[in-house]
Design a protein around this ligand. Structure first.
Ligand code: SAH
Ligand code: SF4
Length: 411
């Protein structure tokens, strides 16, 4: 368990014990879709298209300051300000840069009336070694499968990048190997806070939507399907207002069956791809690692997943965290292969070497165990990728916020 000094440091990182800027009667507009913004404008006697201009400014041009909305006359900016309407979005307040190009940000979220909360967002140039689930080839310098050392590349150029977004501050699901779990659930994020992480990072890297290849993964802190409505509103904003294709997004769930069932009802036009955190070869092991499995077993999860109508060539992703001696043995690989094949689902498996953290008594898998596992799946014709460890030096794997403690201490 955490010592008091570490806890204090951690709380400070999360800004749990500090208040955000004075909220007063501030009404955040970031997070409202174009239609809601048009209505706002009509309410104050402005033409509807002013709402459209506002949406364009916030979501396409990524303007975060009212004064910088060039399409608004000065008088209108003044009125909006007097009403206490603000267009700020979640703000990057700290940045850690890895020698492999990965950048991890602490992003401060300010919900209206809510306490300031900090979450983690990650930028991974050159993709992610396969976990995106889009079936596309790995980026340059990556090999699908096979252990490979991180390449040093500090160049500014990137051909493809992935942004890992958080859906909650902390998480209630309590997976035993997960660092975010140790936080418990602090609060769910609003649609603007979820979409805003992506927009802030897109802005940071001057990404041109429609031109640059960017993927979003909802694999940061939290369980998206336990914050379903807000998460899905954020997805709609990112698709409809920001302009990112849902086929460039992947959501990962620990297996929240009612969430998966709702997800299955979403129209393909706004539905991201789906990843399931399997993490174990059978229910016994999975229930030990992920208590949620006692509520929804592997079979219940797979049954729910079958309801999702995959697009042509779309594949489901099973994420599988390798824990030394616990889930990385050869017989586990064979069980996983059988499980995936029996499911009849078009699926691939992403192997993730467990990232260690303080207070969690598991071991990292050895390189040869990872490779043996991969080969055993491949031998059974199960598509398998090894997720390249990213930003090890800055503790930047998604969902690894707890590592921040050490990063902070070492900084
Ligand atoms: N709550 C969702 C999404 C966030 S976790 C979920 O569980 O799917 C994203 C992924 O990180 C999950 O597949 C999870 O199993 C994995 N993960 C969690 N802790 C990890 C760790 N310490 N090392 C490696 N992967 C981890
Ligand atoms: Fe929550 Fe996912 Fe971590 Fe489990 S693995 S505790 S669901 S963030």
């Amino acid at each position: 368990m955490l010592g008091p000094a570490v806890s204090a440091h951690f709380n400070q990182l999360l800004r749990l014990d500090t208040n955000g800027p004075e909220e007063g009667s501030r009404t955040p507009l970031f997070g409202l879709d174009a239609e809601a913004l048009r209505e706002r404008m009509v309410e104050i006697g402005e033409p509807r298209w002013r709402g459209q201009q506002l949406a364009e400014a916030m979501y396409r041009q990524r303007v975060a300051d009212l004064e910088a909305i060039s399409t608004f006359p000065k008088t209108l900016r003044g009125r909006v300000r007097e009403l206490g309407w603000v267009i700020e979005r979640p703000e990057i307040i700290e940045e850690f840069v890895s020698n492999d190009g990965t950048e991890r940000y602490l992003v401060r979220c300010l919900a209206s009336g809510g306490a300031a909360q900090t979450v983690e967002t990650v930028w991974m140039p050159e993709g992610d070694g396969g976990e995106v689930g889009d079936g596309s080839e790995a980026g340059r310098g990556e090999v699908a499968g096979g252990a490979q050392a991180d390449r040093e590349h500090r160049d500014e150029e990137w051909q493809r990048a992935t942004i890992c977004v958080s859906s909650q501050a902390g998480c209630a699901v309590n997976c035993q190997f997960c660092l975010t779990a140790k936080l418990g659930l602090q609060r769910s994020l609003t649609p603007g806070e979820i979409a805003g992480q992506a927009v802030s990072v897109l802005d940071r890297h001057q990404v041109a939507i429609g031109k640059d290849r960017v993927n979003l993964v909802f694999m940061g802190m939290g369980e998206p399907f336990l914050n379903y409505d807000n998460w899905m509103s954020a997805v709609r904003l990112l698709v409809n207002e920001v302009g990112i294709s849902p086929q460039r997004m992947t959501v990962s769930t620990s297996g929240i069956v009612p969430g998966i069932e709702r997800f299955a009802e979403e129209p393909a036009a706004v539905r991201p791809k789906l990843a399931i955190s399997l993490n174990a070869p059978n229910d016994d092991v999975r229930s030990d690692l992920m208590p949620i499995n006692r509520k929804w077993s592997i079979e219940a999860v797979i049954d729910a997943v079958r309801k999702v109508q995959l697009r042509p060539r779309e594949r489901l992703t099973f994420e599988y965290v390798l824990l030394h001696g616990v889930t990385d043995q050869l017989q586990h690989a064979r069980e996983v292969a059988r499980l995936v094949r029996r499911s009849g689902l078009p699926a691939k498996v992403n192997l993730i070497a467990w990232n260690p953290g303080p207070g969690i008594a598991y071991g990292m898998p050895q390189a040869d165990a990872i490779e043996r596992f991969r080969r055993a799946l491949a031998a059974e014709d199960v598509p398998v990728y090894i997720r390249r460890p990213r930003g090890r030096d800055i503790y930047a794997a998604c969902g690894q916020l707890k590592r921040t403690i050490e990063a902070g201490k070492n900084a």
